[in-house]
Design a protein around this ligand. Structure first.
Ligand SMILES: Nc1ncnc2c1ncn2[C@@H]1O[C@H](COP(=O)(O)OP(=O)(O)OP(=O)(O)O)[C@@H](O)[C@H]1O
Length: 239
């Protein structure tokens, strides 16, 4: 579904503080599978996630997506090369294809749980009542209904993560990307998180998780693991 070919990302290119965070990485992310990027802090995992998820562009190399839709683009039965697309297409593909669970959740304080979940759907337009219903159903599914109208500030760490997951699902994305999702969870909640990933996989979603937590990368749910060191893939992908 996603093919990363010889991708490099250099921050501050051409300046004295230039830094290559991802260096010549090639890998394939299969549809409906759980793929893990592992590696120590600073190895380039977040950077690679942001490139795959159309949040940033590589300095060189190509990323192809298969089976994505964007208004104004020919229906892509074949592979769509995303790295050279104009910004507005990239943004549209990102919103329609990917759901993100960020390391620090990136929820908005002072805003209700329900509104936080609804936020990624606003730019897509659509019926506000239907969106509210969808967000409400997601909160119910994750046992958060009673917090719907409360600002997220009062929620526990585990609850915040479930809100972040609900928000990632609100546009019904084909691909879920999670960055160090268990970093702030105890082992019980981490296991619950992985069990949830199992249900998403069964539901046909493609999952890409960056983690240096063995509870994640050693999970039997994982189909493929790619290890990064200093921005480069090391060893062979394990499956
Ligand atoms: N916007 C940026 N500008 C400059 N350097 C950056 C930027 N973002 C990341 N880096 C650097 O790139 C390297 C890789 O960072 P990245 O966040 O991708 O690693 P990571 O493996 O996800 O680490 P962690 O697990 O700690 O989040 C780090 O040395 C980081 O300081």
């Amino acid at each position: 579904m996603i093919e990363v070919a010889n991708v490099t990302k250099t921050y501050h290119a051409g300046r004295p503080n230039a830094y290559t965070a991802v260096d010549g990485v090639s890998l394939a992310i299969e549809r409906g599978r759980l793929t893990v990027l592992k590696g120590p802090s600073g190895s380039g995992k977040t950077t690679l996630l942001s490139l795959v998820g159309c949040m940033a562009r590589p300095s060189s190399g190509r990323i192809h997506l298969r089976g994505v839709k964007a208004a104004g683009l020919p229906a892509a039965g074949g592979a769509l090369e995303i790295t050279s697309l104009p910004e507005r297409f990239l943004t549209e593909i990102r919103r329609a294809t990917f759901g993100f669970i960020f390391q620090h959740f990136n929820l908005i304080k002072g805003v209700s749980t329900l509104e936080n979940v609804m936020l990624p759907a606003y730019p897509l337009g659509g019926d506000p009542a239907a969106l509210r219903r969808r967000a409400g159903e997601l909160l119910e599914r994750f046992g958060l209904s009673r917090h719907a109208r409360e600002p997220i500030d009062r929620l526990s760490g585990g609850e915040l993560q479930r809100v972040a997951i609900a928000r990632a699902l609100v546009n019904d994305p084909a691909v879920l990307i999670a960055d160090e999702p268990t970093a702030h969870l105890d082992s019980h909640l981490s296991e619950a998180f992985m069990a949830l990933m199992g249900t998403f996989k069964e539901g046909g979603r493609t999952l890409l998780i960056a983690s240096h937590d063995p509870l994640v990368y050693d999970s039997p749910l994982v189909d493929a693991t790619h290890e990064l060191r200093d921005g480069r893939l090391c060893g062979k992908a394990s499956a």
